[in-house]
Design a protein around this ligand. Sequence first.
Ligand code: ATP
Ligand code: MG
Length: 383
Amino acid sequence: MTKTNQKPRIFSGIQPSGNLHIGNYLGAITQWVEMQAEYNCIFCVVDYHAITVPQKPEVLRAKIMETAKIYLAAGIDPKRSIIFQQSDISAHTELCWIFNTITQNGDLTKMTQFKDKAGVDFNSLEKGLSDSWNEKIFNSGLIKKIEKEKDISLALNSAHEVIWDFVQSFKLQFNKVGVGLFDYPVLMAADILLYNTDVVPVGDDQTQHVELARDIAKRFNNRFGEIFKVPEVKIKKEGARIMGLDNPEKKMSKSAASDANYVALTDEPDKAAKKIMRAVTDTGKDILYDKENKPGITNLISIYSNLTETPVRDIEKKYKRKGYGDFKKDLAEIVKKFLADFQKKYNAISDKDVRRILNEGADQARPIAEETLRKVKEKIGIK
Ligand code: ATP
Ligand code: MG
């Protein structure tokens, strides 16, 4: 099977930041492994995305190797798929710059990832302003006082003070956020669109970013003439959003504050088992899949179901007369065994082989990217 056949193309990547976890594995990588048979695949270690938050250079260098090794250990086959390091192909940042010129600030301020990571949300600014007004002015007894004293300037001064403080703290937060974090989705659009990608398999937190890539493709095509394919997102039915073990209301993340949030693919298996045992569960005792009312146990059922390929209903049946303790003990064993097997494969891959695979991958991907960039430069009139 060659890498240049006529099959539809997929492109996806993971940032070499923090510790890759079972969320990345179940939401993204397992899809990639399966799709290798049907698609022409390009998998990228997106190092320029990783530096949108501060990284220590020596740690970043090691994480790039670790991420590529995880792709290989999971079953990405370099004979069938291209694996490369984003920064090895300068067309990514060049196309990102060109896309910046057709992207609006409003396209990016609405991105959930930006709001979460930067702590800046213009909708909450609006809400905050009206809450400030309601809480501090209407509900504070001030209105009654004004009615009594008929002094409107007191109300205006007070409102001004509250709103001024709120706006200043928002501005301070916005101004200290890195431009790279803001611009991240535009670079991601460039990553995807450089390769005439048909399908982007990701976890569901990335849907919004793929949507932007689609919008940018359409916008460019409309303005300058057809070049870009408009890619589809592909999300798994179960496992597309694995939640944090310490807080099942938020997704599992490499950048989480505590390592109790995730099971890393490189965690020592016994340590991972302990994390499962300590995972936050819900009140009650039934093993039931119910995202709304039982997010903790539902998340653990989802991990169980994905790792063992057991339908959720069968898991519920199996644990019908059992409690959280029994279920967690079994899941801890499943995770332990999964990690032991995974790490055996991971440890068998040498750094030297990884470097060679990444170099060969870049050599294969570069001509595709450069050809797209050449066409883009022609269309916009700089070539
Ligand atoms: P970070 O906190 O640094 O953003 P991350 O865990 O979100 O890290 P990414 O590198 O941003 O990881 O994402 C890599 C891939 O893993 C993407 O396809 C993303 O959708 C997927 N992914 C990330 N977190 C989860 C999760 N909790 N469940 C399922 N898929 C996930
Ligand atoms: Mg992420």
